[in-house]
Design a protein around this ligand. Sequence first.
Ligand SMILES: Nc1nc2c(ncn2[C@@H]2O[C@H](COP(=O)(O)OP(=O)(O)OP(=O)(O)O)[C@@H](O)[C@H]2O)c(=O)[nH]1
Length: 253
Amino acid sequence: MVSIIEKVCTKLPTKYGVYTTFLFVDPEDSLQREHCALLLGTVQKNMLLRIHSECFTGDVLGSTRCDCGEQLRLSLERIAEKKNGILLYLRQEGRGIGLAEKLRAYNLQDEGYDTVDANLRLGHQADLRNYDVAVAILQYLHVTSVDLLTNNPNKMHTLEEAGIILNKHEIKTTWGDESLVVQADISTVAGVEEAGFAQALDYEVRRKGIKVTLIAPGSVRSNFAMGHGRSQKDMKRCDILNPEDVADAVPKF
Ligand SMILES: Nc1nc2c(ncn2[C@@H]2O[C@H](COP(=O)(O)OP(=O)(O)OP(=O)(O)O)[C@@H](O)[C@H]2O)c(=O)[nH]1
């Protein structure tokens, strides 16, 4: 459980409205990062919430390497339309690895590494972000239920585990079909497409008591395989499984 202290509170006029603006720090944070909460209107049930992690390049410079800047502006617009909501601006730049390391990761991405591999190659985890400070700020502000603007399942789970009642609202940027983003995000983190898909499905259905297990048996003798580049000769190879082998394995899970 993270404890936070309020450093200052002030009114901030913006083109999206006049926000009550709080700065918080976690006294135990060695970096003493100042996290910001922007509140439009008063705290209400099911109020709009955006938890945004700092992205200097996207938010401030308008970088098109990510959609962070667009998400930030869209969130502020949605909150302004409703005349009510909170934006938490968390100081965990570059998914927690910091600005310099994120820029080094960009260089690796230019050499062909994907976002996860680039982070791993630099000696970091795929995603170092943590939303405990967000929970502490929401509790401090007496926020008990929210409409969360996100496609990120980690955020949803942290809030749910803290007992905050949550409705999820996807945040759609011009980066494509966001209904796929939950899966795509986790697929990238997992680094393996199928494993990521299973993990995404697991996140979606876990709270309903459904367990997802991925069975990835490799090549199986089937019409599907034949239609996807396998020949009759391949089908006779002894290292290709029969469909029954897979069916027999399933109950063992
Ligand atoms: N390490 C690294 N960080 C990145 C990269 N692209 C964006 N980021 C960081 O990712 C963070 C964006 O987080 P959020 O805006 O919360 O977005 P999200 O986790 O995708 O979740 P939602 O937008 O809520 O669906 C910022 O800290 C960015 O600096 C990248 O290629 N590498």
